[in-house]
Design a binder for this molecule. Structure first.
Ligand SMILES: Nc1nc2c([nH]c(=O)n2[C@@H]2O[C@H](COP(=O)(O)OP(=O)(O)OP(=O)(O)O)[C@@H](O)[C@H]2O)c(=O)[nH]1
Ligand SMILES: [Mg+2]
Length: 128
């Protein structure tokens, strides 16, 4: 099965992190996620991160740094999540595609409400 390369952005304000709800009919639908999406051919991960966060949550990423790289096999799909912490941005994050969104404080984040691949992301954030 082919590996889907995904750019994922952790947008934080203090200890709050911006999260969005995946559409019911999407892969891992109904779970909360960190916004992001597939890296297209010819794009760098940073290009993809910038494009996806502009499309999905209406922000302009000014700087970001790598947080963690995760490979996960869902059985129906294999993903490589290239997770970056967004350290500077302009604009106010919102569910630009109509998706529900919320700021969640790190201490309240429940891994069970996120796709299984996200567990190490949430653990890594807790160590920062
Ligand atoms: N954006 C995002 N995707 C995640 C996370 N965790 C996780 O397993 N994924 C998986 O990564 C894959 C690609 O993400 P995506 O659905 O956002 O891709 P996309 O924006 O390009 O959407 P599209 O497929 O509708 O074009 C999905 O299979 C999704 O389940 C996460 O925290 N954020
Ligand atoms: Mg997406």
């Amino acid at each position: 099965m082919k590996l889907v390369h995904v750019a994922v952005g952790v947008v934080a304000r203090g200890s709050n992190i911006f999260t969005t709800l995946r559409a019911k009919d999407a892969h891992q639908g109904g779970k909360w996620e960190f916004p992001g999406g597939k890296v297209e051919s010819g794009e760098t991960v940073t290009d993809a991160l910038t494009r996806e966060l502009a499309e999905e949550i209406g922000i302009d990423v000014l700087s970001s740094e790598p947080l963690i790289l995760i490979e996960h096999d869902y059985g129906d799909k294999r993903v490589k999540l290239d997770v970056h912490r967004v350290t500077q941005f302009t604009g106010e994050p919102h569910g630009k595609e109509g998706q529900p969104s919320k700021w969640q404080s790190l201490s309240d984040i429940n891994s069970d409400e996120f796709p299984a691949a996200n567990k190490p992301i949430i653990q890594a954030l807790a160590l920062l």
